[in-house]
Design a protein around this ligand. Sequence first.
Ligand code: DC
Length: 225
Amino acid sequence: MKRGLVIAVDGPSGVGKTTISRLLAERLGFRHVNTGSMYRALALAADSAGVDLESDAALERFCATASVCCDASTEKISVNGKDYTPYVRTQRAGELASVASARAPVREFLLAVQRKAGEGGGVVMEGRDIGTVVFPDADLKVFLDASHKVRARRRHLELKGEFASGEVSAEMEERDRRDTGRRNAPLKMAEDALYVDTGLLSIDEVVRLILNDIRERLGIGDIRS
Ligand code: DC
């Protein structure tokens, strides 16, 4: 049986991945899966269980019995039955996720969760390695990017001024360094991805550009959920 389309959306933080992926999924009638939330929720759960996020052995033990549930329609995310939705967008969750996501046991565990979440297609999945590792055969790969300045400003606004802009900018730089420099599934653009600089366009323009690309490359008639 033919599966639905898989749209992979990758890129660093602050490029508008979530807003754009959500709108794309809405327009296509697809599910939206945010894999960043999975890393954030798992890192929070492991940290609150006292797991050392730099220890592969401790993380492996934690992941061996962990269960992650994400509801694509409500975007609720829970780990081991605890709802982490209210906490996943905090700065602390981002910092913990950046550390935990560099570790192989965490990536292996969530890779299986993500492939399962994308099963059957009809999905827009966002993250850092969706087009390169999770779904290297995705029907369309999009890489969103923007200058450091634009991204740091957006992130500062997203955190509602909770942190000074210089602090947000420095933290983002550190996270970029970890995301792109790690050995396991580093952030990089897939060779066959559509590159979009979101700093120069409005959200609507980006969504329109991607939908046009889907129509041209794949034929709108083939789109199914
Ligand atoms: O997109 P985000 O800020 O919610 O991601 C949180 C962290 O998780 C970030 O440091 C990168 C990491 N991540 C990853 O390594 N792979 C993914 N597919 C998604 C997120």
